[in-house]
Design a binder for this molecule. Structure first.
Ligand SMILES: [Zn+2]
Ligand SMILES: [Zn+2]
Length: 580
C-alpha cells in the first residue's frame, strides 16, 4: 500500500534555495539515468552554494559529459515535471532499487517507524527524505561545475564514487552574481595569496596538511597570538604547556580513543608502550588540575595554551590552511563549580565577540549543538548555553546531535568581507570528563564535589583563522597585522643612506619597516610593493632628502602626500593603535 506525501517545507528563503538545489540534484540524477544508465545514483544533497550527487560508475565523467548532462538537465527543467512523493514500505523501497546496493543500504538503515518515501519527476524516481521545490520548473538557472572522487559515506574502506558538483538558482541574474562572487573569492584564495605574499607553504616532502610558516606569516601569527594572550591575561587565565605525545591510556580514560579515534593518528610504540599524538588539549589540562587538591576557593581555574594538536584527515579533503592535519588552537579549559558555570560561560561569549570584532568581523551566527545521546547533565549544560545567548540577545539555531562527545556546545560562525560563512570558535560545557577523571574540589561544606569544565577555543585553529583572515582582508592586512608596514624606496642611490636612516628611525619606534636597495627603476619598485599589498610605500628623492620628509603612497589611495618622518610615524602609530 502506498500513500501520497507532501514534503515538509521549512519557512524562509534559505530553506527554499536548499530545496531548489536538492531538486536540481534529482534532475542531475535523472539526466545521468538517461545518458549513462550504467551509473548507480547514491546520495545527492544540497550544500552551501549548490548541490552534489554521488554516482558509482567505472568510467570517469568527463568535462564534455558534464556539458551534455547540463543540457539534458535544462530540458528536464523546461518540461516542468511536478515532484511527487509517496510513502512506501521498506520492502517496496528495496525492491524498487534491487540493482542499487547503495539505495538498499539506505533503505535498510531508515529507523523503524520513520517514513520511507520515493519521489518522482518525469521518468525518474529516487529514494529520498523530501524537502523539494514543487516542480523542476522552479529552477531558473543551473550549471554543473566539477567532478571529484568521494568515498561512499566518506570512509576510505568503502568504494570510491564520482561526485558531480553543480549549482542552481531561481534566476539567471543570481547565477551571474554568483560567478562574480566566485571571481572575487578566487582573487582572495589564501593558497594563492599565501604563495604570492610569501606567508606559508605546504611541502610535499613533509606531507599534506602540515604548514610551514614563513617569516612573514609567522610574524602575523605572533601578532595574533600576542593579541589573544593579552586578553587571556586580563581575564585571569593561567598559561600552561602540555606534551604533544603521551601514553595512549590517557585517551582511553578520556574517551577520545573510543569516540574520536578515527580522527587520531595511530599509536607509536616505544619500549613496549603505546603513545599517541594529542588530538585535543583537554586531557593534558585535566592532569594539571588533578595534580593537587583543589578547594572551592581556587575556582574558577582557567588554563590556557596555544596547544598544537594532530588530527587525521583524508588527504583528499586537505585544503590550504583551512583543512590541515596539524594545527594550534587558542585553547583553554575552565574548571568551575556548578554555581559559577553560567557566569563563566557568559564571559567566554564576551571574549569571543571581542576577538572577532577586533579582526573586523561583524556578522555572526550561533549554533547550540546538542549531543546525540543526551545524558542527565545535558539539560543543565544546554541551559547555560541558552541563557548566555539569550542574556546577550543573540539569536541562535539548534544543531541536533552536533555536540562534542562529552557535552553540548556553542559554535560561532562568522561572515567574512564577501559574505562567506566560516566556523571558527566553539565553547563547550562538559560534565563528562570531570567524571571520567574523577576530578574533585573541596567545597565550603568540607565535602568533595565534582567541578564542571568549559572547553573554549575562540579563534579555533590559528591555521584556519589565519586562512580566513587572508581571505577576509584579501591580503590587504591592516597596519597592525601587516608583516611589513612600510617600504622605504629611494629614487636613486643618492638617497640610499637617507632611506636607511628613515628605516632605522622608524624601526627604533617598533615599526616593521624595510628599505628597497635594488637597482630597479622607481616605477617597477612601486608596482612590486603594491602587488605585495604593503600599507605604505615611502618614496624619497632629492627634495625629501633636503627637507627631511617622505612621499607617502598609501594603499588604496591614489593621492600622494609629502610629510615629515615624525608626522608619518605618528600617523602609523595611530593607525596601529586603532587596529584599522
Ligand atoms: Zn530529494
Ligand atoms: Zn577541550
Amino acid at each position: 500500500m502506498t500513500t501520497s506525501t507532501t514534503p515538509a517545507r521549512p519557512e524562509g528563503p534559505l530553506a527554499d534555495i536548499a530545496h531548489l538545489r536538492h531538486t536540481a540534484a534529482h534532475v542531475l540524477a535523472y539526466a545521468v539515468q538517461d545518458l549513462f544508465p550504467d551509473a548507480k545514483p547514491t546520495i545527492g544533497p544540497a550544500i552551501e552554494n549548490g548541490f552534489y550527487y554521488d554516482f558509482d560508475r567505472t568510467e570517469p565523467f568527463t568535462t564534455e559529459d558534464l556539458e551534455t548532462l547540463a543540457a539534458r538537465m535544462r530540458e528536464i527543467v523546461k518540461a516542468d515535471y511536478p515532484m511527487t512523493g509517496r510513502r512506501v514500505s521498506r520492502e517496496e523501497a528495496i525492491e524498487a532499487f534491487r540493482d542499487n546496493p547503495y539505495k538498499i543500504e539506505i533503505a535498510r538503515e531508515i529507523p523503524e517507524g520513520d517514513p520511507i518515501t520515493l519521489y518522482t519527476i518525469g521518468g525518474f524516481t529516487d529514494l529520498c527524505r523530501g524537502g523539494h521545490a514543487d516542480s523542476t520548473g522552479a529552477i531558473g538557472a543551473l550549471e554543473l561545475e566539477s567532478v571529484a572522487g568521494a568515498y561512499w559515506r566518506g570512509k576510505s574502506e568503502n568504494p570510491m564514487l564520482q561526485r558531480i558538483y553543480g549549482t542552481a538558482f531561481v534566476t539567471q541574474q543570481e547565477l551571474d552574481d554568483y560567478h562574480a562572487f566566485l571571481e572575487e573569492a578566487a582573487k582572495r584564495d589564501h593558497r594563492k595569496l599565501g604563495a604570492e605574499l610569501d606567508l606559508y607553504h605546504v611541502d610535499e616532502m613533509a606531507g599534506g596538511g602540515l604548514i610551514f610558516w614563513h617569516p612573514r606569516g609567522a610574524i602575523m601569527r605572533g601578532l595574533v597570538e600576542a593579541f589573544i594572550r593579552d586578553g587571556l591575561r586580563e581575564r585571569g587565565y593561567l598559561p600552561v604547556v602540555t606534551p604533544h605525545i603521551v601514553h595512549e591510556n590517557l585517551y582511553a580514560t578520556s574517551g577520545h580513543l573510543e569516540n574520536f579515534g578515527d580522527s587520531m593518528f595511530g599509536p607509536i610504540e616505544v619500549e613496549g608502550q603505546r603513545f599517541r599524538l594529542k588530538p585535543m588539549n583537554c586531557p593534558g589540562h585535566i592532569l594539571i588540575y588533578a595534580n593537587e587538591g583543589r578547594s572551592y576557593r581556587d575556582l574558577p581555574l582557567r588554563y590556557s595554551e596555544f596547544g598544537t594538536v594532530y588530527r587525521f584527515e583524508l588527504s583528499g579533503t586537505l585544503h590550504g590552511l583551512t583543512r590541515v592535519r596539524g594545527f594550534t588552537q587558542d585553547d583553554a579549559h575552565l574548571f568551575c563549580t556548578p554555581e559559577q558555570l553560567q557566569a563563566e560561560f557568559e564571559q567566554t561569549v564576551d571574549e569571543a565577540l571581542r576577538l572577532m570584532e577586533a579582526f573586523g568581523f561583524s556578522e555572526f551566527e550561533y549554533f547550540l549543538s546538542t549531543r546525540a545521546e543526551r545524558g542527565a547533565t545535558d539539560e543543565i549544560a544546554e541551559a547555560a548555553i541558552r541563557n548566555a545567548l539569550e542574556s546577550h540577545n543573540l539569536p541562535y539555531q539548534i544543531d541536533d546531535g552536533g555536540g562534542a562527545f562529552y557535552g553540548p556546545k556553542l559554535d560561532i560562525n562568522l561572515r567574512d568581507a564577501i559574505g562567506r560563512k566560516w566556523q571558527l570558535g566553539t565553547v563547550q560545557v562538559d560534565f563528562v570528563l570531570p567524571e571520567r577523571f574523577e576530578l574533585k574540589y573541596r567545597g565550603s561544606d568540607g565535602q568533595d564535589h565534582r567541578p564542571v569544565m568549559i572547553h573554549r577555543a575562540l579563534a579555533g585553529s590559528l591555521e584556519r583563522f589565519f586562512g580566513v583572515l587572508i581571505e577576509h582582508y584579501g591580503g590587504n592586512f591592516p597596519a597592525w597585522l601587516a608583516p611589513t608596514q612600510a617600504m622605504v624606496v629611494p629614487i636613486s642611490e643618492h638617497q640610499l643612506d637617507y632611506a636607511y636612516e628613515i628605516r632605522g628611525r622608524l624601526r627604533a619606534r617598533g615599526f616593521r619597516i624595510d628599505t628597497d636597495a635594488s637597482n630597479e627603476k622607481l616605477g617597477y619598485k612601486i608596482r612590486h610593493w603594491k602587488t605585495q599589498k604593503l600599507p605604505y610605500i615611502l618614496v624619497v628623492g632629492k627634495s625629501e632628502l633636503a627637507d627631511g620628509t617622505v612621499n607617502v603612497n598609501e594603499r588604496g589611495i591614489d593621492e600622494k602626500r609629502t610629510v615629515s618622518v615624525d608626522a608619518f610615524a605618528e600617523e602609523l602609530a595611530a593607525r596601529i593603535a586603532a587596529k584599522r
